[in-house]
Design a protein around this ligand. Structure first.
Ligand code: NAP
Ligand code: FER
Length: 339
């Protein structure tokens, strides 16, 4: 077992779009667990759009990282050493750890991964934070009903792909925006969406919606924001629900672009626009994971993962989120079990 540890630090705050210089890889000795702690060897690391917000000094819903500080993220790993903690070497756990080969953690900050529910990587995707975001954002905020038209942006991503399938389960017509023909084929052929729109093939999102959502939009799950959202707003029906989950098209913006103002549409439709934070639903996570695992086992919910090999490539995996390089959940494979 390696005695050195590689980890990524925030090298500097990005201005606009981050690049490789945002990250610094350093080496140190493998960390020793303190009393009541374990050392976890990273198997999979999750890279997520929200991490962009933590790179800025300003307030967001998550604490900013300091320059020179290790980057953190969702990890699935194997306990390799326990110093009186309630986990044993060999246990597979998940938690918010570092972009590193190894990290120490208190047992109370870790959760066991149940391998009976699915491959262990799914604890970071369809059975983890993104899956739960899709679950609560769809069922509790966007609330699609049978016969409704449900639109989702970022539709081929970790959250969007699951949200669209959950909306399908409620009997809605489901339309997804995604950034390539391959992704549109994935939505329509593999996930059972009624229509996919490749937003990189047209500027006229409104015309694309006139065709794909001829009866207007009753529920909108927004992961992206910007001009696509402006177009969807013009199609909202009376009593529509909008779940504002993410606004990735704005995360690298140095100044907030001024867009069309579509709020008059909310007056005539009495539509409801509501932000969501997955953490607010923490008391109900177990039920969500159980339902999602059941749907995955029955094939009612399909999932995809894009796996980048090697911790050293984690920055590229993260940067690729903003280029649409992933289909489904973007992961980094850092180690093998039992190495
Ligand atoms: P993801 O969708 O798997 O990956 C990001 C995707 O966004 C990319 O694959 C890309 O796909 C699309 N994208 C990137 N830049 C874009 C742009 N300028 N315009 C349109 N699409 C763009 O990521 P995820 O983890 O599932 O997260 C999706 C969204 O949910 C993010 O906005 C994230 O911040 C948010 N989120 C919110 C919560 C919450 O609690 N509120 C929790 C989890 C995630 P294309 O090829 O389609 O461009
Ligand atoms: C995201 C992932 C998580 C995000 C928000 C969260 C807006 C919020 C998590 C929580 O604190 O509940 O990509 O984007």
């Amino acid at each position: 077992m390696s005695e050195t540890n590689r980890k990524f630090l925030l090298a500097k705050r990005p201005e606009g779009t981050p690049d490789r210089d945002t990250f610094e890889l350093v080496e140190e000795d493998r960390p020793e667990p303190g009393p009541g702690e374990v050392t976890v060897r990273t198997l999979y690391l999750s890279v997520d759009p929200y991490m962009r917000g933590r790179m800025d000094a300003g307030e967001s819903y998550a604490e900013p990282w300091d320059v020179g500080e290790p980057l953190q993220g969702g990890v699935v790993g194997e306990v390799v050493e326990s110093n009186g903690a309630s986990f044993e070497p060999g246990d597979v756990v998940t938690g918010n750890l570092q972009w590193a080969d190894y990290a120490t953690a208190k047992a109370s900050d870790l959760h066991p991964v149940n391998p009976d529910l699915g491959p262990i990587s799914t604890a970071l995707g369809v059975l983890g934070m993104p899956g739960r975001t899709a679950y609560f954002g769809t069922r509790e905020v966007a609330e699609p009903k049978a016969g409704d038209t449900f639109v989702v942006t970022g539709a081929a991503g970790a959250v969007g792909s699951v949200a669209g399938q959950i909306a399908k389960l409620s009997g809605a017509r489901v339309v997804g925006f995604a950034g390539s023909d391959e992704k549109v084929a994935f939505l329509e052929d593999d996930l059972g969406f009624d229509a996919g729109i490749n937003y990189k093939q047209t500027d006229d999102y409104r015309a694309a919606l006139d065709e794909a959502a001829p009866d207007g939009v009753d529920a909108y799950f927004d992961n992206v924001g910007g001009p696509i959202t402006d177009a969807v707003f013009t199609k909202l029906n009376v009593d529509a629900r909008v779940a504002v989950c993410g606004q990735i098209s704005l995360y690298n913006a140095e100044e907030m672009p001024m867009g069309p103002r579509k709020l008059p549409q909310l007056i005539s439709t009495r539509a409801r626009v509501q932000g969501l934070l997955v953490g607010d639903f923490a008391p109900r996570f177990e039920q969500a994971t159980r339902d999602l695992a059941e749907w995955v086992a029955s094939g009612e919910v399909q999932y995809r993962e894009t796996v980048t090999e090697g911790l050293e490539n984690a920055p590229d995996a993260f940067l690729g989120l903003f280029e649409g390089e992933n289909i489904g959940k973007q992961l980094v494979k850092v180690g093998e079990r039992g190495e």
